[in-house]
Ligand binder design. Structure first.
Ligand SMILES: [Zn+2]
Length: 155
């Protein structure tokens, strides 16, 4: 894998909060569970702890603790052992990837086209759609992180 440029899309989401809830047999079982073990495609097994967070609305939320940075997140991405500038536990969050220089492909495309042509060429318009998904996903992640920081500082 290319070490020079980290594209976040290259790191598939392999652990989702909803999958963990389903694996625990629903909300009741999920509340009683403290951690899960995720088997990765490369053969490694990674322990993912669950952490409780309260939102500004007073709601309690159980989220996944990133095995690398402990940030509470909804999704974790698979990072093969030699795919990043530093050794990873195998599962990382979007914040870890951004800290290691990760960018969404859509962000790169935007930067490249700045000052050249404001219009997306017809042939690229289909490619632009996944970029929009990535931007939405990033916005949701940023919002979740902001909520996280807000609730952490108020408690
Ligand atoms: Zn992380």
């Amino acid at each position: 894998m290319n070490r020079g440029k980290v594209l976040i899309e290259d790191y598939p989401i392999v652990a989702r909060l909803s999958d963990f809830k389903a694996a625990a047999g629903g909300p009741e079982g999920f509340r009683r569970t403290s951690h899960f073990t995720v088997d990765l495609p490369d053969g490694r097994s990674v322990r993912v702890d669950l952490v409780d967070r309260s939102t500004n609305l007073g709601l309690k939320m159980r989220l996944l603790a990133c095995p690398m940075c402990s940030t509470a997140v909804r999704n974790l991405r698979w990072a093969p052992i030699d795919s990043l500038p530093v050794e990873t536990p195998g599962l990382v969050c979007g914040r870890c990837l951004r800290r290691l220089g990760g960018r969404y492909a859509a962000q790169d495309r935007r930067r490249r086209s700045r000052g050249m042509s404001p219009a997306i060429p017809l042939g690229e318009s289909r490619d632009a759609l996944p970029g929009i998904d990535a931007q939405l996903e990033k916005a949701i992640e940023d919002l979740a992180a902001a909520l996280e920081e807000a609730s952490a500082s108020s408690s």
